[in-house]
Design a protein around this ligand. Structure first.
Ligand code: GUN
Length: 290
């Protein structure tokens, strides 16, 4: 019997921990604040950014949403980041990815004060993750995946894990988290150039799909009884839906669910975890400043 890993439920647990921490901080006069910067009008990014800000409001945190036009220049974005770096009400800064093509995203990430980089994308925080230094910030999506694996009762220690995708947002930090002391997994990172991808994936006790290609991971990629974490959130055209599209993951859910042990759904799997971990990181940033 396949078990769906309920990301909404696990995210609610994380949010409840955050609420407790926030009450403690409030008693000490500390109110964690998050600034979210959106450049342009990508519909999916608009939805993500709004839900991040809404979650802060629900929890009584301070938040600021800054929307720049899709023609914004590099200098304009850098000016906003610089202002936020010096704003004492703001503990966390997030610039929604991907920005429009005229923006040099790496330079923007490097301009963010690493102590406010709640996305964990700044080189200093990536290095701290590699060094297993707990004072850094870990990228929210892979941190959320780790928490889901733990909540599902799946043992990473000594397990064969295959991460499909090598992005800076998910694949690379995910691999570092899994191989770190304490998690102790044996990690393979596969990507678009990997030979015999299906065969490599079939070795996995835990398979993490972060490729951004709708339903690419089919049953032939999955070992019987494996745990499957689907990081993809893809919009695919579907004229039968009112919005004209449906959301699907990188995993062909029905056929993989028939074969694997546990699987995260899309939506309702990794997605809700990302926001929960962002709130956790913002609280950590405020704590480290206090
Ligand atoms: N776009 C997709 N995921 C993320 C994320 O975790 N952080 C930011 N800043 N942009 C994203």
């Amino acid at each position: 019997m396949v078990k769906t890993i309920d990301g909404k439920k696990v995210a609610a647990e994380v949010i409840s921990e955050c609420a407790t921490e926030l009450a403690e901080l409030q008693a000490r006069g500390i109110k964690p604040g998050l600034a979210v910067v959106l450049i342009g009008d990508d519909p999916a990014s608009q939805v993500y950014v709004s839900s991040k800000v809404r979650k802060c409001a629900e929890l009584g945190m301070h938040s600021e949403k800054i929307v720049l036009s899709k023609e914004a220049t590099q200098e304009e974005v850098l000016k906003v980041v610089e202002r936020l770096n010096h704003d004492d009400l703001i503990h966390g800064i997030l610039v929604q990815s991907p920005p429009p093509p005229q923006i040099d995203e790496d330079a923007i990430i490097r301009a963010i004060d690493p102590s406010k980089d709640v996305d964990g994308f700044h080189p200093e925080n990536v290095a701290k993750l590699a060094l297993e230094d707990p004072t850094g910030f870990v990228a929210c999506t892979p941190a959320g995946c780790m928490r889901l694996i733990e909540a599902a009762g799946v043992e990473a220690n000594g397990a064969e894990v295959v991460v499909v995708g090598r992005s800076m947002i998910v694949g690379k930090p995910m691999a570092l988290l899994l191989m770190a002391r304490g998690a102790d997994a044996t990690v393979t990172v596969a990507h678009s150039r990997t030979k015999n991808l299906a065969e490599v994936c079939r070795r996995a006790d835990i398979l993490v799909a972060a490729v951004g290609r709708p339903e690419m991971i089919t049953a032939e990629f999955v070992k019987d009884g494996a745990t499957v974490i689907d990081v993809g959130i893809n919009r695919v055209e579907d004229s039968s839906k009112a919005k004209g599209y449906r959301l699907c993951g990188d995993v062909a859910f029905d056929e993989v669910a028939a074969k694997c042990g546990q699987i995260t759904p899309v939506p309702g799997g990794v997605g809700p975890m990302t926001i929960a971990m962002l709130i956790k990181n913002t609280i950590k940033a405020a704590r480290l400043k206090s």
